[in-house]
Write a protein that binds this ligand. Structure first.
Ligand SMILES: C[S@@+](CC[C@H](N)C(=O)[O-])C[C@H]1O[C@@H](n2cnc3c(N)ncnc32)[C@H](O)[C@@H]1O
Length: 262
């Protein structure tokens, strides 16, 4: 009987533990931890190279309930492992008992810049990978064109993938310290900017958000075409980075003609 989807190719001499250890150091690969990360990766076309699961039948039951479009995929891909084995593959064993390796799609900054019907999110030197993941997740939900980061944090770190529930595969995500917005307006989100009105977020904007503690750099603020602020109650100095991304993207999104979803 042929499997409905191609089975992962594992070099016969390599154990799963070796494969995962190697993948963690490979900038072309991503580690997916948990059912939801794997679900989104599969749904948005990830090339999955290995899946280890403590209970493949339980994954299929979850798929039947939460992702019927993917029924059969988990059993076809998963290699059954024990609890001890999965603990050797991932420092944070997800409650859903599944970890996977997938290819990172190539990132093309020029192609991203050319997509002008939705804003690009630029996170300047974000430090908290949970924030990076949450920003990517909401950017995917709101229909942003892509998410760029600068600085040291890798937006494809397994912790960011956990925070994004694997939605890196739904839109371009990459790191670029020298991103050139071209002729797209560069909009700095800054608590000291002008009051943001939904109509003041251009669809082709590059929306720049600053690092958690210090905000946007002087260099970026100087380059920005506009500085906008979210209104806040007196006494509150700023909101969390990912919630700022969410508020601004949905201000833009809710100002658009209905996209035909609910
Ligand atoms: C935690 S805040 C940084 C706080 C920093 N002390 C500052 O004053 O910018 C992280 C980022 O979220 C965005 N942000 C937070 N609150 C905001 C607000 N009220 N208006 C616009 N952007 C905001 C900004 O881009 C900010 O750089």
């Amino acid at each position: 009987v042929r499997a409905p989807y191609p089975l992962p190719i594992v070099p016969p001499t390599q154990t799963l533990a070796q494969q995962f250890a190697q993948a963690r150091g490979d900038a072309g690969l991503a580690i997916l931890e948990g059912f939801h990360a794997l679900k989104h990766a599969l749904r948005f076309g990830a090339a999955v190279e290995a899946v280890a699961a403590t209970d493949a039948d339980a994954l299929e039951r979850m798929a039947a309930e939460l992702a019927p479009d993917l029924c059969g995929r988990f059993r076809a891909l998963a290699r059954q492992v024990t609890s001890a084995e999965i603990a050797s593959l991932a420092p944070h064993v997800p409650r859903t008992g599944v970890v996977a390796i997938a290819r990172r799609p190539p990132f093309d900054a020029a192609r991203l810049r050319a997509q002008r019907d939705a804003p690009i999110v630029l996170l300047e030197d974000p430090r908290d990978l949970g924030n990076v993941g949450a920003a990517i997740r909401v950017a995917a939900a709101a229909g942003a064109a892509g998410v760029l980061t600068s600085g040291q944090s890798d937006p494809w770190d397994p912790a960011a993938l956990r925070g994004a529930a694997g939605l890196h595969y739904a839109l371009p995500v990459g790191r670029d310290d020298a991103f050139d917005p071209g002729d797209r307006p560069l909009v700095a989100l800054d608590p000291d900017g002008d009051l943001l009105r939904p109509a003041s977020v251009p669809a082709d904007a590059v929306l720049a958000f600053g690092t958690e503690r210090h905000g946007l750099s002087d260099a970026l603020l100087a380059r920005a075409d506009r500085r906008l602020r979210l209104p806040m109650r007196a006494g509150v100095s700023s909101v969390n980075l990912a919630t700022a991304v969410s508020a601004v993207l949905f201000a833009w999104r809710l100002h658009q003609p209905p996209p035909g979803d609910s």
